[in-house]
Ligand binder design. Structure first.
Ligand code: ARG
Length: 588
């Protein structure tokens, strides 16, 4: 379905042509003076040069040609040559009814549907999840839903950090604590107990303890590095411990991500890429791409146009160990082999940008991915505390994700209990739903690349540009609709009629923007524009609500039309928050 703006533009183009001007000048935009008009066209100003005519004259000609347009209530030429447009109420109504009947609410699936992989989440197994991982999960999940909504095949991959030094540390600490376990023997033969030698609670404590100890004790660190090396080179007992760590951690991670409404299609990780490394290294050498530099195997990726230095991609350290670059390249080999994506998007902290520049260039240059495969780095900024510094606990430690979520939920619970409309039990459940919205909306309403301040008070407020405000609006609409349905037993199939007053028209015009907004959000990979849009829509609805008798309206036809508009508004809001990755409660 076309957007309202597209439909309007077609009419204005025709008018330019009828008036004898090139239609390329007929560019229409939303008005930046909503007090004067709803849409505007500044094309007459641009055309003035070509036609050596005063812009006001051109504007006047175009306006004349718009005389009996189906779209516009008024079209005005305003000095020095603006064309101010107000759309006909019937035109908007027609558009909204068309939208309401469409399963996608007017959004068209894209013409060239692609396979897109999204690499997001990226937690490190057995290390605590911290707030930095939250942003990747929130942004990646929303992007995944948006790209999927437009009809593409999207594969979300968590890309676990499951192959590093932390594994060696845990093995070393476990050996110290439980030397009698069968896993540490060089001759260990694989048939190991199914029961993990630790619980998740223990595991969560083992890693930080071992990590801190290794910083102080050289020999312990050496041992952990050796254990990492042995694990990576086929020590069967260590591999068994690794399987246990993976099982226990991933079970826990799955639960955490589920609570965040983050759903991965693939639970792959760095370990899965390892088997692609040897043949890849072979290819890089044979193809003449890689060379040795001070013992390390590297691929140069500097390009002539670079303003700053781009260091070579590191393939192998001088001791033969693989690195972060290597793993990401090998993962691309695997992705190419198994999924043939048209695009891979990485949602990672923007401080890792250089790493991705190196990897992307190397992958393209060496043919690991096809020239036409798009590799995109979506770097996000840091989540800061109110002091403008990276988010910390009150004591100054690294904020763990679960604590942050608990803090928000408690605050939400307090606020919901203050309203005292629901039972304690329900308030708890509702607090979780609204808390998640507070966190996600607080994050997503900022442009992803920017740092932002995580402000618990502001994010949990029911007023202003917040998740709870949006949910509150949805709940308000739902409650009106429920009351109406109790009485009339019907909500679907009602028609929206022409607007009765200015604030209803404003609401209608906002609702009509939906497919246009989603297209922009998709093209720019910019979920924050959904937030900006639903905030405007919620405001327009609440203004309408305060100025209009809805349920007590006596004219049945008017009332039906209001209800139909509410049904549509609710659908738009619910679809939008689903694309952002959260839901609304029944009451709050
Ligand atoms: N595990 C990494 C970290 O915590 C993020 C992984 C990002 N994805 C990737 N393909 N490198 O920093």
């Amino acid at each position: 379905m076309k957007t309202l703006l597209e439909k309007i533009t077609i009419e204005v183009r025709e008018a330019f042509q009828t008036a004898g001007y090139d239609e390329k000048f007929a560019k229409v935009t939303l008005s930046n003076r909503p007090d004067l008009c709803e849409y505007q066209c500044n094309g007459a100003m641009a055309a003035a040069k070509t036609y050596k005519k005063a812009p006001a004259m051109i504007a006047k000609d175009v306006v004349e040609a718009l005389h009996d347009s189906a779209c516009f209530e008024t079209a005005e030429a305003v000095n020095p040559g603006f064309i101010n447009l107000k759309v006909k109420k019937e035109f908007v109504t027609g558009f909204l009814n068309e939208m309401a009947e469409d399963e996608m609410l007017g959004v068209s699936k894209c013409e060239n549907q692609r396979t897109v992989m999204i690499d997001y989440g990226g937690p490190n197994v057995a290390k605590p999840l911290h707030v930095g991982h939250l942003r990747s999960a929130i942004i990646g999940e929303s992007i995944k839903r948006i790209i999927r909504y437009k009809g593409n095949t999207v594969i979300g991959d968590i890309h676990l950090g499951d192959w590093g030094y932390q594994m060696g540390l845990i093995i070393t600490e476990l050996k110290k604590r439980k030397p009698d376990l069968p896993y540490f023997d060089e001759s260990f033969e694989g048939d190991y107990p199914k029961e993990a030698p630790f619980t998740i609670t223990e595991l969560e404590e083992i890693y930080p303890t071992a990590s801190a100890y290794a910083k102080e004790h050289e020999d312990y660190r050496e041992e952990a590095l050796k254990a990492t090396y042995l694990l990576q080179n086929g020590h069967r007992g260590y591999r068994a411990v690794w399987e246990h760590i993976m099982h226990v951690s991933v079970t826990d991670l799955k639960k955490n991500y589920q609570n965040l409404h983050v759903e991965f299609d693939l639970w792959k990780g760095e370990a899965d890429a390892q088997k692609y490394i040897p043949p890849m290294v072979e290819m890089l050498k044979e193809g003449g791409y890689a060379h040795y530099d001070e013992g390390a195997l590297v691929v140069d990726v500097q390009e002539e146009s670079d303003k700053k230095e781009v260091p070579p991609c590191m393939i192998l350290k001088s001791d033969g160990a693989a690195l972060y670059d290597t793993t990401d390249l090998a993962t691309l080999v695997e992705r190419e082999k198994l999924y043939q994506p048209d695009e891979v998007i990485y949602v990672v902290d923007k401080r890792q940008e250089m790493h991705f520049i190196q990897v992307f260039r190397c992958a393209k240059k060496t043919g690991i991915v096809k020239e036409e495969t798009a590799l995109k780095f979506l770097g996000f900024g840091t989540m800061n505390g109110k002091d403008g510094k990276p988010f910390k606990t009150r004591e100054g430690g690294v904020m763990r994700l679960e604590n942050l979520i608990r803090e928000i939920n408690e605050e939400m619970y307090k606020k919901i209990m203050d309203n005292r409309t629901v039972s304690e039990e329900e308030a708890k459940r509702t607090a979780q739903i609204v808390g998640l919205a507070a966190i996600k909306y607080g994050d997503l309403s900022n442009q992803a690349g920017k740092d932002y301040i995580f402000d618990v008070d502001r994010f949990t407020s029911f007023e202003g540009n917040t998740g709870p405000y949006i949910l509150y609006t949805i709940v308000r609409i739902k409650s009106i609709l429920t009351k109406y349905a109790e009485d009339k037993n019907v909500l679907e199939g009602l028609r929206i009629g022409t607007a009765q007053n200015a604030c209803e028209k404003t609401l209608m015009l906002e609702a009509a923007k939906f497919n246009d907004v989603i297209d922009t959000v998709y093209e720019e990979t910019a979920p924050h524009k959904i937030c900006a849009y639903i905030y405007d829509l919620a405001n327009a609805f609440n203004k309408f609500y305060h100025e209009t008798k809805i349920l007590s309206e006596e004219d049945e036809q008017k009332k039906e039309s209001y209800i139909a508009l509410l049904v549509l508004t609710r659908k738009i809001l619910e679809t939008s928050i689903d694309l952002l990755g959260f839901t609304a409660p029944e009451r709050m």
